[in-house]
Design a protein. Sequence first.
Length: 429
Amino acid sequence: MTSHGVLHNKQFLWLWIGSTVSLVGTSGAHIAYPLLVLTLSGSPVFAGWVAFAVLLPAILLQVPAGLVADHSNRRHVMLGCQAVGALGAALVTIGVYYNVSFLLAVLLMVAFVEGSLSVVFTVAQVAAIRDVVSEEQRASAFGWYETQQPSSRLVGRAIGSALFGVTHWLPFAVNFASYVGTLGTLLLLRPSRFEPRRQSGRPDANSTWVNVSRGFRWVWSIPFVRDAALIVGALNAVFQVVILVVIVAGHDANWPSWMVGMVLASTGVGGILGGLVAPRLNRRFPPRLVFAAGTACWALFLLMFATTTNAGVVALAWTGVGAVGAVTNVAVSVYLVEAVPDAVFGQAVGGVAMLNTMAVPLGPIVGGYLIDAWGTRATGWLLFCATLAVAIFANRRLRANRGGGHGLALVSGDQLDPDDMNRQQSAVR
């Protein structure tokens, strides 16, 4: 079934449109949070804590969200997330409009709630795609889903920052409108399509944690995948600090808010470009070489970032970071597909996702304190040094593990029983 065919599936189309509208709105609000905190308090530390509140649920709620999606009507779950999100967005909008005295506390609370809802909604949405498309349409449907993420964040960040420059409450009002719009599209979906599938035995949370543990064991047994996941996890935390540095540096340099948003949105452009060249690169070169070269490129782009405050150069560097991320993601995915049996592939993907994101919430907090103590320029150089050290470590580690095989012998045969594969998603970026 072609991509054109899946777009004639009205149930999928309403689901995709609704989730795209929601993601654009929340991406705009998430860029406005730190901009508003810096405007109100001038504190990069508090801006880091707000970013931490948004990112923390991605670590805490992936497994519980999977349980909810597996054992509940996914349409009802998504409707509930959008309804609660609309209330939170309305609360922030009203608080900003009237400049209430406890606004910073409201922002921190709503940021955590919104981050939590985003995790639950995303997992339910991925499961819901299977409910509304045929088996022949799945490849096209998930392809459209993958294009939704970088493009929606790109548009959302650009719009949110531009609206913040018009008036501070506007991006949050647009976020509220996006929640309401998504509620409307979800109400057009047929409820009966989203009932949980019957499973043998009673739902057991312990079995889900066993699956997660099994995924970790598989990832740990494959040297390249294990090392790549840990390296990317460390660099993802670094990139969260970069985002905060860009926001604070732009604020200090009196950049227009739309310029800050466009600079940060450039990583989405890079992701799209990287996705176009990744298949060719990964056909010509082995995954280890692609990944090792990617870490070196990341260090080069962080050097560009550290040496200037010119918005154009920073945007170019951030575009490169996004492009390299797309290429290295494909390299690791190709290797994982070849190394892991189908029966445990979903669990291994979940293990990689959790390793990739475990340190991410710490990035904004550490970054806030570093910027507060040393300033953006010194922090930028520190980030380059950290990335260079990771790149050197990665190249040495990958060379040391070359020829070590997949490490599959470390996994016993009783772990190969087929299970329903849980698809888990991560937050930032």
